[in-house]
Design a protein around this ligand. Structure first.
Ligand code: CMP
Length: 139
């Protein structure tokens, strides 16, 4: 069910720093089940499509360039109340404002290189998961 799933990406800064394992451990210890996962490098064009909702923002160009600068790990996660609980686990977008013990507080370098993405709604979790995974891969 969409309400029990969210979508995440471990971003290029965290992959480059060797933090995939640490972040996946926090995700699993947070009670999330990884139900789909892949390691890929996005083109700037594909990153732009994924983040199209931000295309009017001043940081859009930087965001697309950064998200295509190295490999990422994309995953679909399952848990009761997945979207809200995952946003609590990762912390605020800006790591300077992220709560102690959150993934971004521990691993993020800056607001752009903020270690992980997490969907902001059930609807976007479904859209974003479908962007990376076919139905066959998700079930
Ligand atoms: P994410 O949760 O992946 O969703 C959109 C991303 O845009 C966000 O995380 C940040 O990495 C990035 N972002 C948001 N605000 C800024 C900003 N002011 N400057 C650069 N990047 C930003």
């Amino acid at each position: 069910m969409a309400t029990n799933r969210t979508f995440t990406m471990i971003k290029p800064d965290a992959v480059e720093a060797g933090n995939i394992g640490g972040i996946l451990r926090m995700i699993e210890e947070g009670g999330f089940k990884i139900v789909a996962m892949k390691y890929v490098q996005l083109s700037a064009q594909i990153a732009g499509k994924f983040y199209e909702v931000h295309s009017a923002r001043p940081f859009y160009g930087e965001l697309c360039e950064y998200m295509s600068s190295g490999p990422i790990v994309a995953a679909i996660l399952e848990k009761e109340n997945a979207v809200a609980d995952f946003r609590n686990l990762i912390g605020a977008t800006n790591p300077a404002e992220a709560a102690e013990g959150t993934i971004r507080k521990i691993y993020a370098k800056s607001i752009a290189a903020n270690a992980v993405h997490g969907s902001d709604s059930d609807e976007n979790a479904q859209i974003e998961g479908s962007f990376f995974f076919s139905q066959f891969e998700r079930f």
